[in-house]
Design a protein around this ligand. Structure first.
Ligand code: MG
Length: 386
């Protein structure tokens, strides 16, 4: 949904003692946070209201934003911005106070969603403190808070509605937000759950509070990668056949390898190494040999599956090292073809793929050429959340 954003940044900071919209919060001007959020949420244009003495600097710093000069109070500033909007009456408008910098695209998307079924919507939070009505320092009564909400911004509506509502608003009073103007004009305004992070900067202590929220967010979002190792081993018996498949490459031999799938001992060992590194069980858990659908299956399916599980976790393979153990067939003439095929299956640079071969000096089952074995190790990295 297309919408126009209006950022109100014309405050003189009288209560605060400085113009907080231009102060740095974690190294970024307070104003800029809202600009970034609106751009990320797809605002078709952004209009910002600033005071006359800030106009030149603001225009230089933010050349892609339209600026208008603020009025005597917030409502007049908003009206000045609305006058600058050239669009039809159904155009969606969001008005936001620059003093609520921790705006996120998700807040904007929540409002846009509400505007599909409502004429207007604002972010607001239920009041959690008990409310007292007080006269001369003494409580008169306790208020029912069940229907009370704290209004935040952005506030969102149709251009025609807000213009008509402001036109009808009495000139001797000044509204503190746009929702009040719409309410007075009988436009229903829906409540969308707001966010404590949209806390308004009013006092210096608020800066400390918002900075703490930013730090907390950074910690939560910081992805630290942990390097994990995995190993795999597999063996298959030789049986009738004229070729074996190793790393997906068919190699002529006087025997084949016996197995439920294509018996690619190398890919099976490697698949187990990947699953092991991610603590995801073994190849038999994912592809039970009792399942007829894997009969004769090409084993690159298993390998690709293990890799996909790792990438779905936000991880990646760093390198792999395979050792094939057999007297026959001779591996070396096929080694580069196998590495290249692994590189193709895993979309991994060939420099990260090592393949070696050894015999067991005629000892044991591989020495007697009853079958062959493969060993694999791999390193992967997985994100952990600190
Ligand atoms: Mg196997």
């Amino acid at each position: 949904m297309s919408f126009i954003a209006i950022i109100v940044a014309a405050g003189q900071g009288r209560r605060f003692g400085a113009k907080k919209q231009w102060m740095l919060l974690d190294g970024t001007p307070v104003f800029e946070y809202s600009v970034t959020a609106f751009k990320a949420a797809g605002a078709s244009s952004i209009i910002a209201v600033v005071s006359q003495d800030d106009l030149n600097d603001a225009q230089l710093r933010y050349p892609d934003i339209d600026f208008v000069i603020g009025g005597a109070d917030r409502a007049q500033s908003v009206k000045n911005a609305l006058k600058a909007v050239k669009a039809n009456n159904e155009t969606l408008i969001m008005i936001h106070d620059a003093a609520r910098p921790l705006l996120k695209p998700r807040h904007i998307h929540d409002l846009l969603e509400a505007l599909q079924t409502h004429r207007a919507a604002i972010l607001a939070l239920p009041v959690s403190d008990t409310l007292k009505k007080v006269d001369k320092g003494v409580i008169i009564s306790t208020q029912d808070r069940s229907q009370l909400y704290r209004a935040q911004t952005p506030q969102a509506f149709r251009l025609g509605d807000i213009n008509a509502a402001y036109a009808a608003w009495p000139s001797d009073t000044s509204p503190t937000d746009e929702a009040s103007v719409l309410e007075a004009h009988c436009v229903p305004v829906a409540i969308v759950t707001g966010d404590d992070a949209l806390h308004k900067l009013t006092t210096p202590a608020d800066f400390t509070y918002l900075k703490a929220l930013i730090d907390q967010d950074k910690t939560l979002n910081k992805r630290i990668f942990q390097t994990r190792i995995g190993q795999g081993y597999d063996a298959h018996r030789f049986g009738p056949g004229q070729s074996v498949i190793l790393c997906g490459v068919e190699i002529s031999h006087d025997h084949g390898l016996v197995g439920h799938s294509d018996a690619d001992v190398a890919l099976h060992a490697l698949t187990d190494a990947l699953l092991g590194a991610a603590s995801l069980g073994d190849i038999g858990d994912h592809f039970p040999p009792t399942d007829p659908q894997w009969r004769g299956a090409p084993s690159d399916i298993f390998l690709k599956h293990a890799q996909t599980l790792i990438t779905d976790m936000g991880g990646q393979i760093i390198n792999i090292d395979l050792t094939l153990i057999c007297e026959q067939p001779k591996i070396k003439p096929h080694r580069e073809a196998m590495r290249q095929n692994l590189s193709k299956i895993l979309q991994l640079d060939i420099s990260r793929i090592s393949l070696k071969a050894t015999t067991t000096e005629k000892m044991g089952f591989t020495g007697r050429e009853e079958g062959m074995a493969a060993m694999a190790v791999c390193l992967i990295e997985l994100p952990v959340f600190a």
